[in-house]
Every structure is written in C-alpha cells, then in structure tokens.
Ligand binder design. Sequence first.
Ligand SMILES: Nc1ncnc2c1ncn2[C@@H]1O[C@H](COP(=O)(O)OP(=O)(O)OP(=O)(O)O)[C@@H](O)[C@H]1O
Ligand SMILES: [Mg+2]
Length: 417
Amino acid sequence: MGKTVRNIGLSLGADICWPICYEEILRAAQIDVPVGNDRVTVETERVEIRPFALDQPCRFDVVIDRLTHWFHTSREWIKKSIILDDLYVFNNPWSLQSMEKHTSYVAMQRLGMPIPPTWLIPPKEHEPSADLQSTLSQYAKLFNLGEVGDAMGYPMFMKPYDGGAWVGVSKIDDEAALLAAYEKSGKQVMHLQKAVLPHDVFVRTIGLGPQVRSVRYDPGAPLHDRYCTDLDIGADDLSLLADITLTINAFFGWDFNSCETLLQEGTWYPIDFANPCPDSQVTSTHFHFPWIVLSNIRWSVFCAVTQRKMRQCLDWEPFYAIADEELPYRERIAAYAKIARERLDSDRFEEFCATHLGHLDDVAYVFFGSERAKEAVRLKVTALFPEHEIEEFTELFWGRIQAWRNDLKSTALNGAG
Ligand SMILES: Nc1ncnc2c1ncn2[C@@H]1O[C@H](COP(=O)(O)OP(=O)(O)OP(=O)(O)O)[C@@H](O)[C@H]1O
Ligand SMILES: [Mg+2]
C-alpha cells in the first residue's frame, strides 16, 4: 500500500488561538484513511505571502482562508490556485468578493425568508472622480430621507450595505436621529433596516460544511459574554435555524458562515447572514470554541481526503424553482435545505466521520486539558486585553473550555450507558 499526503493550508490574518489548536489536534489525531490502494494522511501548514507567477503550481489540496476578504494578494493567489490546480477553499473567494450584505438580503427575500423591510440609500458624500459631477447632476435625484423613514417606521437600524464588526451601525428612533446619522455617514453606502424590536431571543447559528451550532447571542453584553451558553428553544426551532443557515451557505458557496436571527412573535427574522469569515476566537466564542476547531478539522479533513470538488459556479436556479412553487414556509425551507445538504455531501460526511474520525473527540478532550491549549488561550488574551486582566480572562475562558470538556465527557458516558 502506498502512502499519500494531503496538505491543508491555513491562510491567516490576526488569528492566534484556533490555528494552534487546529494544528495540535490534527497532529495528535494521526489521520490515516485507506483510499483505494493507498493510505492517506493529512498535514497542515500556514500559507505564506510571496510573489507568484500565474502558472506557479499550488501544493495544497485544501485551504482554510480567513484573510482574503481584505488581503487581495492572497485572494488572487487563491483564485489562481482554484482555477489552475483545483484547490478547494473555504470560502469561495469570488462569492466572498461580490456577495455583500445587501445581495444576501435580496437573495434570501427572493427565497421567501422574512427579511425585515430594508432600503439602500445613496451616500451623503462621494470620492472625487472624473465623471462624478456629470453623473450626479444628471442622475442623482434629490430625495427626502424623512419620507423614507416614515415609509419604514421607527425604530430602525442604519448600517453599511457591506458591513461587518458593527462598524457604522446605529439604532435610529426618529427622523432627527435619522438625518443626523446620514450626515455622519460620509462616503459609506448605507442600509436602513426596520428594527426587529423587541424580540424574544437572538440566535447566531454557525455553519461549517454541513455542521451547524446555534448559540444564543446577547449583543448588549461585553464582548466575552455575547456568545451565551443557555439557548432555550425547541427542536423545531433548532431544525429551522439549521435549515436556514445551510440554505444560505449552500446558496452562496460558503463553507463557513454565521447567520443571525431574531425571534419575534413566533417568526424568525434573519438580520445578518453575510459573515463568511465568522468569529473563531476563543475570547468571544469560549465554550463554543472547541466545537469550531473540531468542526473545522472534520470538514477540512473530509474535503482533503475525499478530494471533494469545489463548486466554482453557484447555480441558483434549483433554489428559484422551489421558491416559485409557493410551498408553505417550513416545507419550502426544508426543500432548500435538502439541496444544501446534497451540495454539502452531508450523508457522506457523516459516514466519513463515523468511520475515520471517531477518535477525534477523545484527542480533543485530552488536548483541551493540556498546557499547550491553555497557552493558546493566553496568547490570544494577551493580544487583546490589558496587562492586568490577562490572568483573570485566561482563567475565565479556560474555565469555559473545561465546562465544554465536562459536557463532552458526560455525553460520552450517557451514550455508553
Ligand atoms: N433589523 C434589526 N433589528 C434588530 N437589531 C438589529 C437589526 N439590525 C442590526 N441590529 C443590531 O445591530 C447589531 C449589528 O448589526 P449587524 O449584525 O447587521 O452588523 P454587522 O456589522 O454585520 O455585525 P457583525 O459584527 O455581526 O458582523 C446586531 O447584532 C443587532 O444587535
Ligand atoms: Mg451581525
């Protein structure tokens, strides 16, 4: 039997904690899968930034990318490698580049999801350019922002059409606040979106390949407490949120994304689901952090070992065909999710994990109790917190990871019993 090595590249920016954990667990897990006459093992390496020629071959089979949404050298290297070398990347860089928050709202509204009423408004100021004056004087129509506000109704949120990380987001309660926020918005192209307030619960559902995890989210809490550990919703709701998230991710070709939904009077309103480089840091995800690391490992190893083909073109027609059938809402979402699970190889993935990655939880259990894991947490805390808080917050996040380990152990014991 021959031995084949598959390479997984990590394309990273400011990430500190999760790559360490990913690399250590993957190394300890000693993946070794029989494929045909070969045994396939997996190695991982960080992608470096260098000059490259158009025809330069790529030695990676899979790249987990957390950089190219803002770092364009790497984005072009990744696009080249997909086209020339069949590289599998999560996420699809063309989709990442072109599908802004606004497109994601429009598309999911087209599929029938209850997106709150949303308008896009031309920016208050413009970057000077040769044709600007002639374009604006001919075609930019004066508008009354107060009338847009009245049509939508208050409260509302003003937020960038391509936003992220809460930059430029403001809650607006009346016309005076709307006009003041627009004055301040400068060159940013803004959305106005009707507020889903009050709501009963706010959930972030993280999707990684076909894997999903819903987490209650408290936007008013300090950063380290926004991801909560007490989601109290029923199985039907969880299943709907999973289906919505997988639909969004498969539609846009995102292997990794998170979807924010608000429950108001029995309806789940998706309000922010173009997050294809979602938070993976221990300092915000803490208790949920081991799930993110493990899900990343499972999905990337599956893609690398099975040489899963990356979908380069998105193919939206099958979703539209279902949208046009006018099925009852839950049935329609289930029909989209069926396409999503097929595109994400859900059944084959489950089988792969059961057959070849059954030991991963045990490896992770040991690792997340180790000094090396604690050091990864401390490194991230050191990068973000002032000196006098480093010890306190390292212990806080470490404690929550230990709670995850305890849960894992009791689930395993109950399962065995
Ligand atoms: N329509 C809405 N109804 C209620 N709350 C909203 C609405 N839109 C935004 N918010 C609030 O504002 C926050 C930021 O908005 P949003 O998530 O759209 O922006 P973002 O910059 O993409 O954030 P993220 O950091 O999650 O990427 C949300 O987490 C939520 O608390
Ligand atoms: Mg958000």
